[in-house]
Design a protein around this ligand. Structure first.
Ligand code: SF4
Length: 351
């Protein structure tokens, strides 16, 4: 068995064909910086970010709908802070609030229960954004809404699922050789969710933890698989990720949500990539079926977020990076969110 030093030495000395590996989630991107992973591996192994930031792929129409609701009389939008600065086609939620809209930041969706109970004459809409990682908490929120017979709290959902997105990336970006699967999402959906992708696209899909040694070991596993002409799903994060995932959480999610087509900002429509409230719970939906006419592909002028999300470029290759686009004055969503690749690259570039 190789030690970490052996693995680093192997990766530093790698001199085979160039390899492009997509790390799908922002937590891996941040850890790659924190641990100086790029400095420990050969230049022939390129690490690029993927579409795993839910805020970054939320469409302008969705933000527009939230802003519109916040400005309606006796209505209030409840949201996580990450969503505040993302631009819609006209304004962000920060700007809607400045224009008189009622927008409140919460740290947990469950806080909205008490707020709705204490303000019976107001209509509340929770901005339910996320991947499979956060979907269970929205299912629990739905349980609480039902249990407490709350009638003035609904969800506007932009919940996305990662496997259809990875399938889209594999179809669209043939030069990506392998994937570091998102750790947190994998805890919920399980490692087996990637087996079919690995077989269909003949690429390694490796589930890894977030420590530097986890990422290095996963990159080494990918190099070994590619050198051997293999394409397997490998779960290297068994402490947290089981083969089948968190079945209790998925059961709760499936009770309230069902799959639907959805638009991803910067990507377009991906079939069966959304979780929407089931028809029997539609009274709790605040109009999430915004329609697919908004292709979501339009980005602010000069913004290369679509290329960043699809792994075509690294954030520093965007001409606006660190010039007109910074976290304080973000042009695109990838600079706004704590999980966005541009924001992570910017913060770490300044360290
Ligand atoms: Fe978009 Fe800004 Fe990133 Fe460029 S630097 S891709 S404008 S978020």
């Amino acid at each position: 068995m190789l030690t970490l030093e052996n693995i680093i030495e192997e990766l530093q000395n790698y001199d085979g064909k160039p390899i492009k590996i997509m790390e799908v989630c922002g937590t891996h991107t941040a850890s790659i910086f924190k641990n100086g992973i790029r400095s420990l591996i050969s230049d022939k192994i390129k690490l690029i970010s993927g579409p795993g930031c839910p805020v970054c792929v939320t469409t302008p129409s969705y933000i527009d709908r939230l802003a519109e609701i916040s400005l309606m009389p006796d209505c209030c939008v409840l949201t996580f802070g990450d969503m505040m600065k993302v631009k819609g086609s006209e304004m962000s939620l920060t700007e809607a609030k400045a224009a008189g809209g009622d927008v409140r930041i919460l740290y947990s969706p469950l806080m909205s229960i008490k707020i709705a109970q204490e303000n019976p004459n107001k209509e509340f809409v929770f901005a339910a954004v996320g991947f499979e990682t956060t979907a269970p908490i929205y299912a629990i929120l739905m349980e609480e809404i039902e249990k407490n017979s709350i009638k003035n709290l609904r969800l506007l959902t932009s919940l996305k699922t990662i496997v259809p997105a990875l399938s889209f990336v594999c179809e669209a970006e043939k030069n990506i050789d392998a994937f570091l699967c998102p750790g947190h999402v994998s805890v919920i959906i399980g490692a087996d969710a990637y087996i079919e992708l690995a077989e269909r696209y003949r690429k390694p899909f490796v589930v890894a933890g977030f420590e530097g040694e986890h990422i290095l070991s996963a990159v080494y596993e990918i190099v070994l698989q590619l050198e051997a002409g293999e394409h397997k799903m490998k779960n290297m994060y068994k402490n947290a990720v089981s083969e089948k995932g968190n079945l209790i959480a998925m059961e709760k999610v499936n009770k309230y949500f069902t799959c639907a087509d959805d638009t991803w900002r910067g990507i377009g429509v991906i079939e069966n990539s959304a979780l929407r409230l089931r028809p029997e719970f539609i009274e709790y939906d605040a109009g999430s079926d915004i329609g697919l006419e908004d292709s979501g592909i339009q980005m602010p002028k000069g913004c290369s977020c679509a290329d960043v999300i699809l792994g075509r470029i690294n954030p520093v290759e965007c001409p606006l990076f660190g010039k007109t686009c910074t976290p304080l004055n973000a042009v695109g969503p990838c600079m706004v969110s704590s999980e966005g690749a541009c924001g992570i690259w910017y913060k770490n570039r300044r360290m």
